[in-house]
Ligand binder design. Structure first.
Ligand code: FAD
Length: 464
C-alpha cells in the first residue's frame, strides 16, 4: 500500500468544487478508504472527496476526465469483490454525505433518493407509509443504495421478491465526461427506446456515477412466519430447498448455515443454535395469513420428509428476528476466527445445490482448508468462506487452487462465479471462462462508449 498525493492544483480544484472540508488528503484519513470488505486487496488513494450534489459530481468527473485522473466511486465500502478498492493516486468519490430521501410517493408506489442513503433507511422510509422495499442485503444497515444498484445486490428475500434491479424504475447518472442523464420514470410501462438504465445497474462503478435513484415500492405483506430446520446432513438441507421449490412454494427466505458457520455464529451471537447439527435452514414465508399458515405447514413437512431432525417455528416477532439474525451475523461471525476471511459467491441452478455443497466440502478436505459455507440457498447462491491467513503463503496458494475448482465446478453445473457480489478485482480472472470472450468484448465496447479515457474504476471487471 503506497501512494503519492495528487498535485496541489488538483486538490485546489476539488476543494473549489466541494469545499475544503469535503476533501481528505492526510495519510491517516486515507487509510480507511484503501480497502473495502474484500480480503487482501488494498491501495492508498490520492484523496477522498465527498460531493453532496449532482452538479458537484459532474464538475469532479469533467475535471478528472480532462486530467485523466482515475475516479473510484465509493458508497460505504462494504463490497466483496474489490469494487471500491482504489487505484494508486486516484480520487475516491465517496457518496455517503449525498444522502437525502427526496420523496416517498404513496400514490405511485415510488421512492426517490440520493445515492448515499443507507439501504435500511430506504426500507424504513417505505415502511413508515405502510409500503415495502424488499431487497435486503445482509449489509443493509451500512450499505448505500447507490452501491446496491452498482452491484445489483441481492438479499435474504431475493428468492420471492427478486434483487435490486427489479426495484429500479429510474436513475440519474453522471458520465465520465460530466454529462448528466436521467433515465426512467414513474410509469409502470415504458418501452421508449433501449432500457438504458439496465446497463448501469450492476455496472460496478465502471460506466458512470449514479446520483439519483427512483425505486419501486410494493404493499407490505400482512404477515410472516419464520421456521428453523435442523439437519444432520448438509445435502439433506440442499435437497429440502430443491423439494420446496419443486412443490411450487416460493418462500421469501431460504437461507442456510453449515456446521462451521453455526459454531462461529453461536460463539459470536449466542442464539441457541444446535452445535452438533451439520446444517440449519432458515425458512420464511410472508403474505396473506391463510397462505402463510399453509406454506409454513408444507415447508415443515417437506423438511421433515427430507431428514430434518427438528423444525421450530418462531412464536413471536422477537423470536423470528433472533433466528434471522443467525443468518445476518454469519459473515461477521466467521470473520472473527482467522486473520483473513475470503468470502466467495458461487451460484448454481437450484436443482444442482446438493452437488455443489458436497463439492465444496470435498474441496475443503482435499486442500486441507477451513471453509464455512452459508448463503441464499433458495437462490442457489452459496458463500463458501475461506478462514485463512494471508501471511501464510503456502496456505493462500491452496486457497487459490480451491477457489478455481469451485468456480469451474459451478460453471460446469450451469451456474456462475458470482451471484451478487460482482466481478470487481476479485473475480476478474474467472470472468471469461464463465461468460465467454464475446460477452467480455461487448462489455469492453460499452465501457469505451461511456468512459473513453478509462477513468472510472479502471482495471475492474476487465484489465485496463
Ligand atoms: C456483512 C456483509 C454482508 C453482505 N451481504 C450481502 C448480501 O446479502 N447481498 C449482496 O448482494 N451483497 C452483500 N454484501 C456486499 C455489499 O454489501 C454489497 O455489494 C453492497 O451493495 C455494497 O454497497 P456499498 O455502499 O458498501 O458499496 P461499495 O462497496 O462502496 O461499492 C461497491 C461498488 O459499487 C460502486 N458504487 C458505489 N456507489 C456508486 C454510485 N453511486 N455510482 C456508481 N457506482 C457506485 C463502487 O465503485 C464499487 O464498484 C455484504 C457485505 C458485507 C460486508
Amino acid at each position: 500500500m503506497s501512494g503519492t498525493m495528487p498535485s496541489k492544483a488538483v486538490l485546489d480544484t476539488l476543494s473549489l468544487i466541494v469545499g475544503p472540508n469535503e476533501v481528505l488528503t492526510k495519510k491517516e484519513d486515507l487509510l480507511t478508504y484503501a480497502f473495502d470488505g474484500t480480503a487482501v486487496l488494498n491501495t492508498l488513494p490520492g484523496c477522498v472527496v465527498f460531493p453532496r450534489t449532482t452538479a458537484q459530481v459532474a464538475a469532479i468527473l469533467k475535471y478528472a476526465n480532462e486530467q485523466k485522473i482515475p475516479v473510484i466511486t465509493r458508497g460505504s465500502g462494504t463490497g466483496l469483490s474489490g469494487g471500491s478498492v482504489p487505484d494508486l493516486d486516484c480520487i475516491v468519490l465517496c457518496t455517503v454525505r449525498f444522502n437525502q430521501i427526496l420523496e416517498v410517493d404513496a400514490k405511485n408506489l415510488t421512492l426517490m433518493a440520493e445515492p448515499g442513503v443507507i439501504t435500511l433507511k430506504i426500507a424504513e422510509s417505505a415502511e413508515a407509509v405502510g409500503l415495502f422495499y424488499p431487497p435486503d442485503p445482509g449489509s443493509m444497515r451500512i450499505s448505500t443504495i447507490g452501491g446496491n444498484i452498482a452491484e445489483n445486490s441481492g438479499g435474504l428475500r431475493g428468492l420471492k421478491y427478486g434483487v435490486t434491479r427489479d426495484y429500479v424504475m429510474g436513475l440519474e447518472i453522471v458520465t465520465a465526461t460530466g454529462d448528466i442523464i436521467w433515465m426512467g420514470n414513474k410509469c409502470v410501462k415504458d418501452v421508449a427506446g433501449y432500457s438504458l438504465k439496465d446497463v448501469f445497474i450492476g455496472s460496478e462503478g465502471t460506466l458512470a456515477v449514479i446520483t439519483k435513484v427512483l425505486l419501486k415500492l410494493i404493499p407490505k405483506p400482512k404477515t410472516k412466519k419464520t421456521l428453523l430446520a435442523v439437519f444432520d446432513r448438509m445435502d439433506a438441507a440442499a435437497e429440502t430447498v430443491s423439494a420446496i421449490i419443486e412443490n411450487k412454494i416460493i418462500p421469501c427466505t431460504l437461507e442456510f448455515l453449515d456446521k462451521i458457520t453455526i459454531k462461529c455464529v453461536e460463539d459470536y451471537a449466542k442464539i441457541g443454535l444446535p452445535l452438533d447439527a451439520e446444517a440449519v435452514l432458515l425458512m420464511e414465508t410472508d403474505g396473506h395469513p391463510a397462505v402463510v399458515e399453509e406454506e409454513a405447514k408444507q415447508m415443515e413437512q417437506i423438511a421433515r420428509q427430507h431428514g430434518a431432525r427438528a423444525v421450530s417455528v418462531a412464536q413471536s416477532n422477537e423470536e423470528a428476528l433472533k433466528l434471522a439474525s443467525a443468518r445476518r451475523t454469519a459473515f461477521s461471525a466467521l470473520a472473527r476466527v482467522n486473520p483473513t476471511t475470503i468470502l466467495e459467491d458461487a451460484t448454481v441452478p437450484r436443482s444442482e445445490l446438493a452437488k455443489m455443497v458436497n463439492f465444496i466440502q470435498d474441496v475443503g478436505v482435499r486442500y486441507k482448508l477451513k471453509i464455512g459455507t452459508f448463503g441464499h440457498m433458495g437462490d442457489g447462491n452459496l458463500h463458501p468462506t475461506f478462514l485463512t491467513d494471508e501471511k501464510n503463503h503456502e496456505e493462500m496458494e491452496r486457497v487459490e487452487k480451491a477457489m478455481v475448482e469451485i468456480f469451474e465446478f459451478a460453471v460446469k453445473l450451469g451456474g456462475t462465479i458470482t451471484g451478487e457480489h460482482g466481478v470487481g478485482l476479485a473475480k476478474k480472472p474467472y470472468l471469461e471462462n464463465a461468460i465467454g470472450k464475446l460477452n467480455v468484448e461487448v462489455m469492453r465496447q460499452l465501457k469505451k462508449a461511456f468512459d473513453p479515457n478509462h477513468i472510472l474504476n479502471p482495471g475492474k471487471i476487465f484489465d485496463k
